[in-house]
Ligand binder design. Structure first.
Ligand SMILES: [Zn+2]
Length: 124
């Protein structure tokens, strides 16, 4: 069953609420000229129609709580539209830069171990 959502995708296609997803008319036609399609339920969380409209209008939803990760953990995230595809933008919390320096330090330590002082016989 098709129901019109009062929104148009970036390529001006009409967006419909289908049984399991919201999709642009051009994403469900025989010739797919558009990729706009969002599941009605993503990670056990229902995506309300007004958030789909917001996603289309601003490329991003509000911060939506209660997604359930594949490990069963609840988390909050924005849905965002990037190059016609829907992805997550996680709530800014832990900076990613934390792990990289630790790895770099380990690598340089290893390099130090390999570097051995040159030993020359004293008579040279
Ligand atoms: Zn479209």
């Amino acid at each position: 069953m098709k129901r019109l959502v009062s929104a148009r995708c970036a390529r001006k296609g009409q967006v419909y609420a289908l049984d399991n997803s919201y999709a642009c008319e051009h994403a469900v036609s025989a010739e797919k000229t558009c990729t706009f399609r969002v599941g009605k339920v993503i990670l056990q969380r229902e995506i309300p129609k007004d958030q789909v409209q917001k996603l289309i209008a601003t490329d991003k939803t509000d911060l939506l709580p209660k997604f359930i990760s594949k490990k069963g953990r609840p988390f909050s995230a924005h849905l965002k539209l990037e190059k016609g595809k829907v992805g997550f933008e996680f709530a800014a919390k832990a900076p990613k830069a934390k792990k990289a320096p630790a790895r770099a330090r380990q690598r340089s330590r290893k390099r130090e171990c390999r570097r051995r002082p040159l030993r020359r016989p004293p008579y040279l």
